[in-house]
Ligand binder design. Sequence first.
Ligand code: 1GP
Length: 251
Amino acid sequence: MKIGKVEKYILEKLEQKKLHFVLIDPDDTTPEDANRLAKLCEEVGVDAIMVGGSTGAEGDVLDSVVKAIKEGTSLPVILFPGSHGGISKYADAIFFMSLLNSRNPFFITGAQALGAFTVKKFGLEPISMAYIIVEPGETVGWVGDAKPIPRHKPKIAAAYALAGQYLGMRLVYLEAGSGAPEPVPAEMVKIVRSAIDIPLIVGGGIRSGEQAKRLVKAGADIIVTGTAIERTRSIEEARKKLEDLRRGVSL
Ligand code: 1GP
């Protein structure tokens, strides 16, 4: 498969620095707020916006949030779907992901088959991604029927990540689950990083620049944050939080 525009953007930026993506869950925001947040993300130097969620991020709710984000920023907008319902024609690309450690084949290849022709019809750029859920896994772990990787078993995570690479996937995402009390352990990030050659994304439970920095030092290439910004109560607070996270990602 040839490299699309958004994947090229990611790979070229990664040659210069580590990246910070912000996840917006359409179920937890309004199009107006998403538009404001997207503008702010671009101002503070976030590298891309991801849109998705495990529940309710579908149909009109998803479309109106993606459109509002696109109106607010020129940053790439990448779908992060919970299933084949999480596809919007207004996005630039889609993480075409397989939840490798799910117990349910629907989340490994079933939803992907149901969504594949929609992705083609909309002309969305698919970016193949190995999605691996680590304890506690939170909502996505439950919904995705995952067998979450134990936090003290980094080699299991590395084995899944390497399998993803050998299956031809272009990115690996280690996910502790949105709102997790702690991010993926740095030790696990280190061991996964040393096993694979493709970019490593880490998300779930990252709320401070310090945490982001620890994970980047351990080998994360891309840090994803969602809840940290959702919990802020004003645009000034959101700006401060984003700046703190950005500083952590850039070491
Ligand atoms: C969830 O990894 C993302 O899919 C982001 O998690 O909301 O905890 O930042 P948080």
